[in-house]
Unconditional design. Structure first.
Lengths: 938, 311
C-alpha cells in the first residue's frame, strides 16, 4: 500500500491504495466511479479514457500512483450539476449513443480536444479520436455531435440534426425521440453487469484448455482448494444437472470432463475472495491431457481421415448439409450466354463488442433475492434461464435472470458464457459470485462469424437475365454447434442474392472443427455469401457490357417473384427503389464532373462499386416465432412497457416505448421500459435475426391496444359517456364534444378502486413460416438494401481507403429515423472492417488473435462519409409497416468495396480482408486476381 | 489482474539506482508504461494455467527532473528519456529543426498513448522499427545511460543488441536521455512509414532521412538514412547515403539511391506483417517521399517549419 493524494472531479482524496492499482481500477473499485469502462486493458480501445491534469490518458494502463498529486476528471465530473456538458447534450441530440459502453471514452477524449481546439475540423476530430473505438455508431453521428458541441461552446446555435426523411410520420412513430437510458449513458451512471457489486461477493475465474483437442485423463483440484481465500473449485463432477448446453444442439460442455474440443473449453471454475486469488488458484489445478489430432479447417473436417469431434453426432463432423433446390440448373446454364464461376474465402471474424462478458450469480436467500438469480447482459434471457435450470437440475421458475445494460452484442452474446458457472459457484458458496472475462479471455472464448469457402457459378443470358446459380459453401462451425445450423442455412438460402433466379442448386456443409465455435454475428451468414454473389454479378455485367446497377435492376426481386426457396413475394419488396436512390445519390456526389465509375489522380485510383442485399426479418424456416409484452398504466399518468427483449444498443427499448406511446396517445416521456427480468417481464424472445422491432414492437403495440380498450371502457363508465365518443390526447381522455375530460391517471385510479387492472399483456405470434425444402413462405418479411462505395487505391502502396458510402435501405417503416440511421451507419462501418481490417487468426486451433491489438476493428480514421436514405415499403404485418434493420446494412458493404477495387485497379478480390501487400504486387505484376489475404503472409 | 506489487516514483537518478540495486533484478523501470504493461498482460494471459508471478516492483522514472527535460543547448538538443511523444510533437524547436523526430513521434499510437508514452521507452523496448528510434538513428543521436555504476554516452545504434534486446537491462540500468547535434542551415530531415490497417501495431517499413546540402543548397554533402526493419537492429543505409553524396536530389539521384538500397538491403518476409517483395517496393516509395521532403526542407527553412506545423 502507498499513500495517494489525488483530486478526482474536483474532490480531494488522501488515502492508502494498493500499489498495483491502475487508475481505472482505482476509480471503479476504490471510488465506485463506474462510469469509466474497461474494454481491453491494452491501451488499445480508448474507452477507459479519463483526463489527468486535462490530458486524456488510457486509465487501464496508467498506474494510479502516476497520478500522485494530480487532478483527474472522469465522465461523472463533466456535467455541472444537472446541466449537461455540451458534448453530452449533443451526443444525445445527434444519435451518437447506442450501447453507451464506449460513450464515456468518446466524450472524455472529445472534451480534451474541445479545450484545445474550439473549432475542430473533421480531420482534427479523427486525429483526436484515432484510438477511441466505438463498435455501434460508425462514428458519423459522433463527428456531428462533437462539431455541434464545439459550436455551442463558441456561443453558436447547435448544428441541425441530420434526421432522415420518412413518409407519413405519426404522433410518436417515425419521430426521432431520444433513446431510453441515454442520459445515464452520457453521465456515466448507466450500469452494465460489471458495474454491480454485492456485499460478500466472490470473484470467479475459468480454467480453459491449453489444447484445441485432447482427452482429459485426470483433473486434480486439491491444491487449488487448499489455497487461502479460495471458496470453491468445481469441475464437471459438480454440475448438478445436464452437463451440456446449446441453443440449437445441446452439445457444449458446461465443464469438460472427458474431451476438450477447443482452446476456450472450460475445465474448472474457481471462486475466491479476490480475482487475484482466483487467478493464482487456476495455476494450482492439475489436468493431465492426451493431445488428439486437430481438425483445423472445414474441408479437412469432411474427409474420412479427420478425427471426429462429436462421436454421437450421426453425421460425424458434418453438423449439417443444407440444400436449396429450385428449378433445373443444368437447363438454366444451357440457356446462359455467359457463365462465371469462382471461389471465394472469408475469414473468421470477431464481434469485438466493447463490453467483455460478465455474469453475477446470487444465491437463493441472499438479501433481496428469493431465488437463484443471475445478472447478465444477454441477448436471450429466457433461454439463459432455461439452460441454467437444465444444468442446475432446477425448474425454470426457480431461476431468475436479470438482464443488465449490454455493451454491444451483435450476435456474440447469445450463447451461454459464465451464466451457468456463476449459478453453480453461487449455489455452492452461498455467496454472490462475479465472473468477468478479460478482453483476452473473451476473444478466445465466444463464438465468431463463420469462416467460409464459397464456390459459386452464375449464368445469364445476353440481355442480362440470370438463368441459374449453383453454389457450394463450406462453413467452419468450430467446436460446438452454437447457431451454425441456422447461420449457414441463411448463407445458403440467400446465396442467389436478392434476385429473381429461376434455377438454383446450392449445397452448404456446416462443419465441426477444433477452432473457436462460430455462431451468430450481424448478417448471419448472408454477409459471407453476398461477398461472393455480388462480385459474380459484377463480373457477368462486365462480360455482357451492362452497367452494374442496371444488371441488378434487371434481376431485382419484386412483388410477384418466387425466391429460390419457393416463396412468392407478395408485398414490401423495395429493392428497385433502393437501386434508384443510390444511382441518384452517386450522381449528386459526382457533382459537376458527370458521373464516372473510375478515374485517376496522380498515383491515386478512384472508383465506385455497388452491391445489393436482402435479409430476412425473424426466425423463419418454420420455427414458431413469438414475443410477449406487457403494458401497465399508473395513477401518475405514466406507462410502463415490460418485455424480456434485449437492448444491446440497437434500441428495442425506445421502439416499444414509441409503440406504446403511439397507441395510448401519450407523450413519449411518460413511458418507462423495463427489459429482461424473467420474473417481471414476459418473454420477448431472442434478440437475433433482426426480429425485435417486428416481433416485440408488435407485442408492445397490441398490448397497448388492449390496455387502451380496457381503459376506454372504464373511462366511459367513469365519465358516463359512450366509449366510441372518447378521444385520447396527450395523456387526456376527452369526450368527442370536448365537454368532459379526465387524465389517464384518474382513470387508472378509478379502475383500481373498482378492482380492475390497468395492465394488458399480448403474446404476438409471427405469421407462419415453412421449413426450407417445403416451399411456401420461409420468412414473413425481407429488408432490402443497395450500397455504393467510393474508394481510393494508392497505386504506390496498395492501400485502400473508403471515402464515401451511399446507401438506401428498405426497412418498411422507420420507427425512429435517427436511431435507425445509426444502425445503418454502424452496420456499414462494421462491414467495412469485415472487408478491410478484420480477421481472427487461428493456427492449428490455437488463437493468434488473443489480444485486441491483434484484431483491429475500424477506427474513426477509417470511417467514410455516409449518405443514407430510407425506403419504406410497408410490411402489412409489421408494426406500422416496419421490418428489421439490424443486419441488412452489414451485408453489402464488403462486395461494394471489392467491386470498387476492381473498377479502380482491375484486380478482383477473392479473399478478405483486402491485403495491400498482395494488391500492390498483383498490380505490379499485371495479375487480375487476388487470392492471398493478410493472414496468409507467413 | 495484478501485474506488479510495489510502485515507486523516485525523485532522482540516485534514488532510482538504489531502488534497482536493492531489488537486485526483481524490479523494473517503467516510463509511460504503455508498452510495458501491455506486454506484461500479454505474457500473463498467454497461458493462464501456467501462472506468472507479478513483478516485485516498478520504478517509475517520470518524476526525475533530469529525465524530463528537453533543452536546446546550443550545439545539441537534449531530450530526457521520460519526455512524452506529445511533448516532442508539440515542441516548436523540434518542429523547426528535427521534423523527422516530430513526424515519427506523431504517428505512434493515438493521443492517449502519446500523452504518456516516452521516447526513452520506445528505445528501451528495442524494436528494430520503433518509429522514434528510426529518426534518432538518422539524427545520429547518442544515448545517456547509467550502467554498472557508470554513466556514459553511447551511439544510439549501440543501444540495440537484438530484436527486442536492449543494451540496457531495465531491471538494473537506467536510460537517462538522448542528445543529437542541432541541425543547422542547409540541413533537412523527414520521416515516413507504411502501415497496414490489420492487427499489427508495428510499421511494415519506416524511413527517416537527414540530409545536408552544400552552400548553394543543391548537392548533398552528407546524408544519414535509416530504413527499418531490415535487420534485427536498426541500421544506417550506408550504401544509399553514399550514392547520394555529391548529387542533387532529383529523379536520377533518387533512382541511384533506390538501386543502392536494392543492392544492399534485403528485407525479409515477416508473418502477418509484410512480404519481402512488398517491403522491397516500399523502400522505393519511402525513399522517394522522404528524400524529396528532406531536401525541400534543407533548401527552405520556412517550408520545413510549415511542414512541421502541418503535422
Amino acid at each position: 500500500m502507498s499513500h495517494l493524494n489525488i483530486t478526482v472531479n474536483g474532490k480531494a482524496y488522501a488515502l492508502d491504495v494498493d500499489d498495483s492499482r491502475t487508475l481505472a481500477y482505482f476509480l471503479r473499485l476504490d471510488l465506485g466511479l463506474t462510469g469509466t469502462k474497461l474494454g481491453c486493458e491494452e491501451a488499445e480501445c480508448g474507452i477507459c479514457t479519463v483526463l489527468v491534469d486535462g490530458v486524456p490518458v488510457d486509465s487501464c494502463t496508467y498506474p494510479v500512483l502516476k497520478a500522485q498529486g494530480r487532478a483527474v476528471t472522469t465522465i461523472e465530473g463533466l456535467a455541472q450539476g444537472k446541466q449537461l456538458h455540451p458534448l453530452q447534450r449533443n451526443f444525445i441530440a445527434h444519435g451518437a449513443v447506442q450501447c453507451g459502453f464506449c460513450t464515456p471514452g468518446l466524450i472524455m477524449t472529445s472534451a480534451a480536444l474541445l479545450e484545445e481546439n474550439a473549432d475542430p475540423s473533421v480531420d482534427d476530430i479523427k486525429g483526436a479520436l484515432k484510438d477511441t473505438f466505438c463498435r455501434c455508431t460508425g462514428y458519423t453521428s459522433v463527428i456531428k455531435a462533437i462539431q455541434s458541441a464545439a459550436r455551442e461552446k463558441r456561443g453558436l446555435p447547435a448544428a441541425i440534426v441530420d434526421d432522415p426523411h420518412v413518409e407519413e410520420p405519426m404522433g410518436v412513430i417515425s419521430r426521432s425521440v431520444p433513446p431510453i437510458d441515454v442520459i445515464e449513458k452520457v453521465i456515466g451512471s448507466a450500469k452494465y453487469t460489471d458495474d454491480y457489486t454485492f456485499a460478500n461477493m466472490l470473484h470467479a475465474r475459468t480454467l480453459r484448455s491449453p489444447y484445441p483437442h485432447a482427452k482429459i485423463l485426470a483433473i486434480r483440484t486439491e491444491k487449488a482448494q487448499a489455497f487461502t481465500g479460495v471458496r470453491a473449485v468445481l469441475t464437471y463432477k459438480d454440475v448438478p444437472g445436464d452437463n451440456k448446453h446449446g441453443l440449437v444442439h445441446r452439445d457444449w460442455d458446461v465443464l469438460c470432463g472427458d474431451v476438450v474440443r477447443y482452446v476456450g473449453d472450460a475445465v474448472a471454475i474457481v471462486a475466491a475472495d479476490t480475482e487475484d486469488i482466483a487467478a493464482a488458484a487456476l495455476a494450482l489445478i492439475e489436468v493431465d491431457y492426451e493431445p488428439l489430432g486437430v481438425v483445423a479447417d472445414p474441408i479437412y473436417a469432411h474427409t474420412p481421415e479427420a478425427p471426429v469431434l462429436h462421436p454421437n453426432h450421426p453425421t460425424g463432423n458434418l453438423l449439417k448439409h443444407i440444400k436449396v433446390r429450385h428449378g433445373d440448373t443444368e437447363q438454366g446454364f444451357a440457356t446462359a450466354d455467359v457463365i462465371v464461376e469462382h471461389e471465394y474465402r472469408t475469414p473468421t471474424t470477431e464481434h469485438a463488442f466493447l463490453e467483455p462478458e460478465c455474469a453475477i450469480g446470487i444465491p437463493k436467500g441472499y438479501e433481496g433475492h428469493d431465488k437463484l438469480t443471475i445478472y447478465v447482459g444477454s441477448q436471450i434471457p429466457y433461454q439463459d434461464r432455461n439452460q441454467i435450470a437444465l444444468s442446475m437440475n432446477m425448474t425454470e421458475t426457480d431461476v431468475r435472470v436479470i438482464g443488465t445494460l449490454i455493451g454491444g452484442g451483435f450476435g456474440g452474446k447469445e450463447d451461454i458464457a459464465g451464466q451457468i458457472h456463476v449459478a453453480m459457484l453461487a449455489t455452492v458458496t452461498d455467496q454472490p459470485v462475479k465472473m468477468l472475462y478479460s478482453r483476452q479471455e473473451s476473444l478466445i472464448f465466444h463464438p465468431k462469424r463463420h469462416a467460409t469457402i464459397i464456390r459459386i457459378k452464375t449464368g445469364a443470358t445476353r440481355d442480362g437475365r440470370l438463368t441459374a446459380v449453383e453454389a457450394t459453401l463450406y462453413g467452419d462451425g468450430g467446436a460446438y454447434a452454437s447457431l451454425s445450423d441456422k447461420v449457414m442455412t441463411r448463407a445458403t438460402t440467400h446465396a442467389t442474392g436478392p434476385y429473381d433466379v429461376p434455377n438454383a442448386k446450392i449445397d452448404c456443409y456446416a462443419m465441426y472443427t477444433n477452432n473457436v465455435p462460430s455462431g451468430a454475428f450481424r448478417g448471419f451468414g448472408v454477409t459471407q455469401s453476398a461477398f461472393a454473389v455480388e462480385q459474380n454479378m459484377d463480373m457477368i455485367a462486365e462480360k455482357l457490357g451492362i452497367d452494374a446497377l442496371e444488371m441488378r435492376r434487371i434481376n431485382a426481386q419484386k412483388v410477384g417473384v418466387t425466391t429460390a426457396t419457393g416463396q412468392l413475394l407478395r408485398e414490401s419488396v423495395g429493392l428497385l427503389d433502393t437501386i434508384d436512390d443510390v444511382r441518384a445519390d452517386m450522381n449528386v456526389v459526382a457533382n459537376g464532373h458527370g458521373f464516372r465509375w473510375a478515374w485517376r489522380e496522380g498515383s491515386k485510383a478512384f472508383a465506385w462499386g455497388v452491391a445489393c442485399a436482402y435479409k430476412n426479418t425473424g426466425l423463419g424456416g418454420g420455427a414458431p416465432d413469438k414475443s410477449e409484452a406487457e403494458v401497465e398504466a399508473f395513477e401518475d399518468g405514466t406507462l410502463e412497457v415490460r418485455t424480456a427483449a434485449a437492448d444491446m444498443g440497437q434500441g428495442i427499448a425506445h421502439v416499444v416505448a414509441q409503440c406504446a406511446a403511439e397507441e395510448m396517445r401519450l407523450p413519449y416521456e411518460r413511458v418507462r421500459v423495463l427489459l429482461c427480468d424473467t420474473d417481471l417481464t414476459p418473454n420477448g424472445g431472442p434478440t437475433t435475426a433482426s426480429r425485435q422491432t417486428f416481433m416485440t414492437g408488435n407485442a408492445a403495440r397490441l398490448a397497448s391496444v388492449a390496455l387502451r380498450d380496457a381503459i376506454t371502457t372504464s373511462a366511459a363508465e367513469m365519465m358516463d359517456i359512450d366509449p366510441e365518443a372518447i378521444r385520447y390526447e396527450e395523456g387526456l381522455l376527452r369526450s368527442e364534444d370536448r365537454r368532459i375530460e379526465v387524465e389517464l391517471g384518474q382513470v387508472v385510479a378509478w379502475m383500481k378502486q373498482n378492482g380492475l387492472s390497468a395492465r394488458a399483456k399480448h403474446e404476438y405470434h409471427a405469421p407462419k413460416t415453412q421449413p426450407l425444402g417445403s416451399g411456401g413462405d420461409m420468412h414473413f418479411a425481407f429488408s432490402y438494401a443497395t450500397q455504393a462505395a467510393l474508394i481510393e487505391v494508392d497505386t504506390e502502396t496498395g492501400e485502400v481507403h473508403v471515402l464515401k458510402v451511399v446507401s438506401s435501405t428498405d426497412i418498411g417503416r422507420a420507427i425512429n429515423p435517427l436511431m435507425l440511421q445509426g444502425q445503418i451507419e454502424g452496420g456499414i462501418v462494421m462491414a467495412l472492417g469485415n472487408c478491410l481490417t478484420e480477421s481472427f487468426i487461428m493456427e492449428e486451433g490455437q488463437v493468434w488473435s488473443r489480444l485486441l491489438s491483434r484484431y483491429k476493428m475500424p477506427g474513426i480514421k477509417q470511417a467514410p462519409e455516409i449518405i443514407s436514405r430510407l425506403v419504406e415499403h410497408r410490411s402489412s404485418d409489421g408494426p406500422y409497416g416496419a421490418k428489421g434493420v439490424g443486419e441488412i446494412p452489414s451485408i453489402n458493404t464488403t462486395p461494394a468495396i471489392c467491386n470498387a477495387i476492381y473498377n479502380a485497379v482491375g484486380v478482383r478480390v477473392f479473399t478478405i480482408p483486402v491485403d495491400q501487400d498482395s494488391l500492390l504486387l498483383a498490380m505490379k505484376r499485371g495479375e487480375t486476381e487476388l487470392h492471398r489475404a493478410w493472414h496468409d503472409i507467413k | 489482474m495484478k501485474l506488479w506489487d510495489r510502485y515507486f516514483t523516485p525523485g532522482s537518478i540516485d534514488e532510482a539506482m538504489s531502488l534497482l540495486q536493492s531489488y537486485d533484478g526483481a524490479a523494473r523501470v517503467i516510463a509511460g508504461g504503455t508498452d510495458l504493461l501491455v506486454d506484461l498482460r500479454a505474457i500473463m494471459t498467454a497461458a493462464p494455467a501456467v501462472g506468472h508471478p507479478p513483478h516485485a516492483a516498478l520504478i517509475d522514472i517520470t518524476r526525475i527532473p533530469d529525465l524530463m527535460r528537453m533543452d536546446d543547448e546550443g550545439d545539441f538538443i537534449t531530450i530526457g528519456a521520460g519526455v512524452t511523444h506529445t511533448q516532442i510533437v508539440k515542441s516548436a524547436v523540434l518542429r523547426a529543426i528535427a521534423a523527422c523526430l516530430v513526424e515519427s513521434c506523431g504517428v505512434v499510437g493515438g493521443p492517449q498513448v502519446r500523452n504518456v508514452a516516452t521516447l526513452g521507452g520506445n528505445v528501451a523496448h528495442a524494436l528494430p522499427a520503433g518509429d522514434g528510434t528510426t529518426s534518432l538513428v538518422a539524427l545520429a543521436a547518442q544515448a545517456d545511460i547509467m550502467q554498472n555504476g557508470v554513466r556514459r554516452w553511447v551511439d544510439i545504434r549501440e543501444m540495440f543488441i537484438g530484436t527486442g534486446k536492449s543494451l540496457i537491462n531495465s531491471t538494473r540500468d537506467l536510460l537517462i536521455g538522448f542528445r543529437f547535434a542541432k541541425p543547422g542551415a542547409g540541413e533537412g530531415t523527414s520521416f515516413s512509414r507504411i502501415m497496414r490497417p490489420q492487427g499489427v501495431a508495428l510499421p511494415i517499413l519506416g524511413c527517416s532521412v537527414w540530409l545536408k546540402l552544400d552552400d548553394a543548397r543543391e548537392r548533398v554533402t552528407a546524408a544519414r538514412i535509416c530504413i527499418a526493419p531490415v535487420a534485427p537492429v536498426p541500421m544506417r543505409a550506408e550504401a544509399v547515403e553514399a550514392a547520394l553524396i555529391g548529387q542533387p536530389i532529383n529523379a536520377a539521384s533518387i533512382d541511384d539511391a533506390i538501386q543502392a538500397a536494392h543492392a544492399t538491403i534485403r528485407p525479409r518476409t515477416s508473418k502477418y506483417r509484410a512480404t519481402a517483395d512488398y517491403r522491397d517496393e516500399m523502400i522505393e516509395v519511402l525513399l522517394k517521399r522522404t528524400l524529396i521532403t528532406a531536401a525541400d526542407r534543407a533548401k527552405d527553412p520556412t517550408q520545413r517549419r510549415e511542414d512541421a506545423k502541418a503535422q
